[in-house]
Design a protein around this ligand. Structure first.
Ligand code: HEM
Length: 431
């Protein structure tokens, strides 16, 4: 009987993968970056974020002649807010700043997931889903599944003494974690990874995004039906099927959007976060040395990397009642984009004289907004920290003398406007 982490995956092998989108030879990394709008050039939005925070902290995005904004071609007013106090309010006050706008964007692809729910409906679904993210399960994932996924990715490069860690490591291991958490057969991973990337490439290729989302939904429907007949043990799909909040259980149609969200939420953000963490340390060798000498600094390094350059720069919300920021009123029904990346570097929030633009392991610790806050605070944040910590620990253990390839250092940088991560991480180590 074939098993993965004690989960019987054999019954899922009967699913026939629809390969109609395969075979175009597209490199998965390039597809990912292009889909996220990162075509490779260096982009540093921070000087503009600093200017906006100082001079235009509540910015109304200009409308075109037809009264529309760039924002999903909507005719609603769109505002951007940049100061920590305002961004923090947008994240925390979920009755005033609701998540229904997601239904007009990514919700079209996922279906109705917790991301776009509000109030009691959101709270009830989140309670049910949290059942599948309990500490007991996280502990099990931490001990086996995460190190296995990280080690497999390192095994493939370890003898070479050089690699691009973005394409060959950070891109690959988080999707293996999600696949193992869902208890899917290993031979489905590549198919699953491609569809997860395609489903979020709405801006680039809407037709392909819709098609990929239909294929994924059909795939998950089959997985759920099989798991109802043959429950796994501790995999997230069986946990969701069995979750019970006072007699309420999730239907197949309610579980599918969550799995649709989990695939990119788990794979894309952690890929970027791990890349940023490694880049920040490799670019600051003296701080990397301190971490290597004292592994108890790893949680600090993760928090600081996530503060310094969060994978996702903006958080979107819909204003439910008129609200005033810095003397400017946002009418009910407006969309608001709160700049997490700007808030994390707000000097009003950091210590006086602080250099918020620098990655500094030893700065006074304060919570940052990278995983949002309030009712929709990232459900996978403990898992994400665990993954990044394991990745860093094992990279230090297994790749001695790790450093950025000096010949490519100048061509290695953070990039992206909405999604941030290093463009590449060409490294060398001792073999
Ligand atoms: C560095 C890694 C990560 C970052 C920076 C991150 C960031 C975020 C942010 C900013 C949100 C709020 C989105 C919104 O309300 O519009 C969010 C929500 C969410 N994240 Fe993450 N995330 C990360 C990793 C993960 C992982 C590994 C998972 C699960 C495997 C995950 C699952 C979710 C889910 C399910 C939500 C929706 C929560 C809700 O609406 O109640 N995330 N994340």
């Amino acid at each position: 009987m074939a098993t993965a982490y004690g989960i019987d995956v054999e019954p899922l092998r009967e699913i026939e993968l629809d390969r109609s989108l395969d075979g175009d030879g597209v490199n998965i990394f390039e597809a990912f970056e292009v889909a996220s709008g990162n075509a490779g050039d260096k982009i540093d939005p921070y000087p503009e974020f600093h200017r906006m925070r100082r001079e235009d902290p509540v910015y109304r995005v200009p409308e075109d002649a037809a009264g529309r904004t760039y924002y999903r071609n909507s005719d609603r007013p769109v505002f951007q807010v940049y100061r920590h106090e305002d961004v923090s309010r947008v994240a925390q006050e979920s009755d005033l700043f609701t998540s229904e706008h997601h239904s007009e964007g990514i919700g079209q692809i996922f279906g109705k997931s917790i991301l776009e729910m509000n109030g009691d409906e959101h709270a009830m679904h989140r309670r049910l889903i949290q059942h599948a993210f309990k500490r007991r399960d996280l502990a099990r994932w931490k001990e086996t599944l995460i190190p296995d996924a990280v080690n497999q990715a390192i095994d493939a490069i370890i003898d070479r003494g050089e690699a691009d860690l973005t394409r060959e490591f950070t891109l690959l291991y988080p999707v293996k974690v999600i696949e193992a958490m869902m208890g899917l057969p290993k031979e489905h991973v590549d198919w699953f990874h491609r569809r997860a990337i395609e489903e979020i490439s709405m801006n680039l290729d809407p037709e392909r995004a819709v098609k990929a989302s239909l294929l994924l939904k059909d795939y998950f429907r089959q997985v759920i039906e099989i798991r109802r007949e043959h429950p796994g043990e501790g995999d997230i799909i069986t946990l969701l099927i069995e979750a019970d909040a006072g007699g309420k259980r999730l239907s197949t149609d309610e579980i599918i959007p969550f799995l649709m969200l989990l695939a990119p939420a788990g794979a894309e953000t952690t890929y970027r976060g791990t890349g940023t963490l490694l880049f920040a340390l490799l670019d600051n060798p003296e701080q990397f040395e301190r971490v290597k000498q004292d592994r108890s600094l790893i949680p600090r390094a993760i928090e600081e990397a996530m503060r310094w350059d969060p994978p996702l720069t903006f958080l979107g919300r819909r204003v439910s009642q008129d609200v005033t920021f810095q003397g400017i009123t946002l009418p009910a029904g407006s969309n608001v984009s709160a700049c997490l990346a700007s808030a994390n570097r707000d000097p009003e929030y950091c210590e006086p004289g602080d250099t918020a633009d620098q990655f500094d392991l030893f700065r006074p610790r304060k919570p940052n907004l990278t995983f949002a806050a309030g009712a929709h605070v990232c459900l996978g944040q403990i898992l994400a920290r665990e993954e990044m910590g394991t990745a860093l620990n094992l990279v230090i253990d297994r790749l001695p003398g790790l450093h950025i390839d000096p010949e490519q250092k100048d061509r290695t940088y953070m990039t992206g406007e909405t999604w941030r991560s290093p463009n590449q991480l060409p490294v060398r180590w001792e073999v």
